[in-house]
Design a protein. Sequence first.
Length: 148
Amino acid sequence: WTNMVKFSSFSKDPGCKLHEKDYSGQKAIYWEVKYPFPLSNRDYVYVRERKDLEVNGRKIWVVLAKSLAVSQCPEKAGVIRVKDYKQSLALESDGANGTKVFMNYFDNPGGKIPPWLVNWAAKSGVPAFLTDMQKACNNYVKYCKNKK
């Protein structure tokens, strides 16, 4: 997962892979994603909101994200801006040691992507992303300890 994320000088922190910046009171996130050669990288500018809910005694965490046009974050030469992106994520304990996850994701990557790559993403890329997400969740406590 993290090997797909590229550092950008837009960030104040040189060790940062993803970063937020405040624009007139609204935080926008910038993210550049490496695409395989010969395709151009894609970048995103989006807003994200998190809500902690309690429904019938169950705690549910919801994360919503959508693309945002920010004039202060211009497009970069050679990188295609993803202008249509939406994500909804809901997380809930499974009552044991796991987490139930619901995710709805859409983006239009723009440009011309060959059918073989679209097929690979559907067949291999999405399952690999979910496996990486599971590993990240399993290692989150260790990540937090190492971050201190």
